[in-house]
Design a protein around this ligand. Structure first.
Ligand code: SF4
Length: 95
């Protein structure tokens, strides 16, 4: 059994919102879904075919009033954090 010290629960319980201080990778499909709902384009295209969110004051621009403002379309990269998936040249997670 995994000790609480090493578990994801323990990691998130002491949340310092580190996941929203980064620039999550977002696929084209995820970006379209977010734009359809928010009409706010805070994305920057990366050379490898995926997008990342822009930052403002040290946080992802979708981080508003202490939480993620796009819970309805949160990118898989954020859902999986702190697990860091591998992306293929199409900007999709490669399993
Ligand atoms: S998309 Fe939401 S969960 Fe992901 S880094 Fe930005 S604010 Fe945080």
């Amino acid at each position: 059994m995994l000790s609480e010290k090493l578990s994801l629960y323990s990691y998130c319980k002491n949340c310092k919102v580190n996941c929203c201080k980064g620039t999550p990778r977002v696929s084209e499909k995820e970006k379209e879904k977010i734009l359809k709902k928010t009409k706010k384009d805070y994305f920057k295209k990366e050379a490898l075919g995926y997008y990342v969110t822009r930052k403002e004051k040290g946080f992802c621009k979708y981080f508003k009033r202490g939480k993620c403002s796009i819970q309805h379309a949160k990118p898989i990269d954020c859902i999986l954090y702190p697990i860091d998936p591998i992306y293929n040249e199409m900007g999709e997670i490669s399993l």
